[in-house]
Design a protein around this ligand. Structure first.
Ligand SMILES: [Zn+2]
Length: 481
């Protein structure tokens, strides 16, 4: 009997110790030091910046996968406007025009050894005009909001970069190092503008010490238990691949089918893939995000995030439903297209389904394809790889370049929590992975969930206050360059 008490007693002691460890770890899992905040106010002409953006929006720089649909004159119209909108930039900086509508400005610094690159694109995606409440290319301002395609993606940051430089040059500021403004006019169609600029850098032995392109933003409600706005800086982006699965058959009439039709075989394959998700990986960007934002979460979530060594299963449970946290931690597969027969009573001679996959930094195009092939395990199904790109390299966070961007974010949107993250979409900045491991993806604006939805959608618009904030961010960043 006494022996039983001893056993029970030790179990109880071990359990209490376990609970104590978990609670202590949660209790000391407190916010880390935030980036340096520059309290000095910035000066610039906010109305001029708004009016410049308005004029950029009035240029219909729509890019299409079919270039014959593009109106080259509209792109030239925008470029011709720039010297009037940003005269100081044109007085001091050089402009190099590279193929595929790439524009590369160089603002000479006192030294030329560690340049910075500020990126944006000035092409926009097409509009479905009837879905808009206001015309998309007139730059209408109403109640403190500027309407138009490109207002957020990314004419606001294109204007932010040039307006900031214009203001700093006017006050006589000279950057410590060269600053390049690298703009592409075909980002939305995976154009070659950005690769041309990267080639130029390579040919001239220019190694950027800092690259900033579109990506995260200052957003709310992105992390469980965190109410404060978060400045999300992407330090890597996932890869992408389109994979088509197809089955050929003899076709024939649907009245006497074989046991499995091509569509039946493909359906079985789709189920196998969906039921066996790719393995989860806590990569550096994801770990950095958990370690930063997790510390600002409520106590209950901190218990989980401070103790992932024993609560990993909770995370796996959350990820089972899919969604953003899941996409952060693993390669995702979304079946997006399917094709079969032309008529309901005809067995398709060939049927196919296409998956759009987003690759975790730990996976590769080849490895992901091999995994899908293994899962499907059906020789009759043919796999065809469509357009694809590998995940980007991961940029550093313990370095002056990160500090500069983080400090500019924290100083511009005071009170936000600055955090690294993994970007799910692809941007032009992936091309810079070859020449710099200081590539940061941050769209200089604060966005509500509703505003985020207008990007590539109807009624894209920007608050005038956000237009000015974008300029402020670049001034604070360029002052450190
Ligand atoms: Zn876009």
């Amino acid at each position: 009997m006494e022996f039983l008490y001893v056993i029970l007693g030790s179990f109880l002691a071990a359990f209490l110790l376990f609970v104590a460890i978990i609670l202590i770890r949660a209790a000391v899992f407190r916010p880390k030091a935030q980036p340096r905040i520059d309290e000095e106010p910035v000066k610039f002409d906010g109305d001029a910046a708004v009016s410049a953006l308005q004029q950029l929006i009035r240029c219909k720089t729509v890019s299409y996968y079919d270039p014959t649909l593009e109106d080259d004159a509209e792109f030239e119209k925008l470029i011709a406007l720039l010297p009037t909108l940003y005269p100081e930039v044109y007085r001091v900086c050089t402009l190099l025009r590279l193929p595929d509508r790439a524009l590369l400005f160089c603002w000479p610094g006192a030294e030329h050894t560690a340049p910075s690159v500020m990126m944006a694109h000035y092409d926009v995606v097409p509009v479905e005009e009837k879905g808009w409440e206001k015309p998309p290319f007139e730059g209408i301002i109403e109640e403190g909001v500027l309407w138009g395609r490109g207002a957020l993606d990314t004419k606001v940051t294109f204007n932010g970069v040039l307006s900031a430089a214009n203001a700093l040059i006017a006050e006589g500021f000279v950057p410590q190092q060269d600053v390049y403004f690298a703009f592409s006019g075909g980002e939305e169609v995976n154009g070659l503008g950005a690769p041309h600029i990267v080639d130029y850098f390579k040919e001239n032995g220019i190694t950027p010490a800092l690259v900033v392109d579109e990506g995260g933003a200052v957003v709310e409600k992105v992390f469980p238990g965190v109410d404060r706005p978060c400045g999300m800086i992407g330090i890597a982006e996932k890869g992408m691949m389109n994979l088509t699965l197809s089955v050929a058959s003899d076709g024939g009439h649907a009245s006497a089918p074989l046991a499995h039709t091509p569509i039946g075989e493909l359906s079985a394959a789709v189920c196998k893939v969906e039921n066996d998700p790719f393995p989860m990986h806590m990569t550096t960007p994801a770990a950095g995000m958990f370690d930063t934002l997790g510390r600002h979460s409520t106590f209950l979530f901190r218990v989980i995030f401070a103790n992932l060594w024993c609560f990993g299963w909770v995370l796996r449970q959350i990820c089972k439903k899919g969604g953003e946290i899941n996409a952060l931690l693993r390669t995702t597969v979304a079946f997006t297209q399917a094709s079969g027969s032309q008529a309901p009573n005809v067995i398709p001679p060939s049927a196919s389904v296409t998956a759009n996959m987003r690759l975790n930094p730990r996976d590769s195009v080849e490895g992901a394809m091999a995994r899908i092939e293994g899962l499907i395990d059906n020789e009759r199904i043919r796999l065809e790889l469509g357009s694809h790109m590998e995940p980007s390299p991961i940029s550093e966070v313990s370095c002056p370049a990160w500090e500069k961007v983080a400090s500019a974010v924290a100083s511009t949107w005071k009170g936000c929590i600055v955090s690294p993250y993994l970007m799910m979409q692809c941007s032009d900045s992936r091309h810079y992975g070859e020449i710099s491991n200081h590539v940061y993806r941050f769209s200089a604006m604060d966005l509500t969930t509703e505003e985020r939805r207008t990007i590539h959608g109807n009624n894209e618009r920007v608050r005038l206050e956000a237009v000015k904030r974008a300029v402020e961010f670049y001034i604070r960043l360029m002052k450190q360059c």
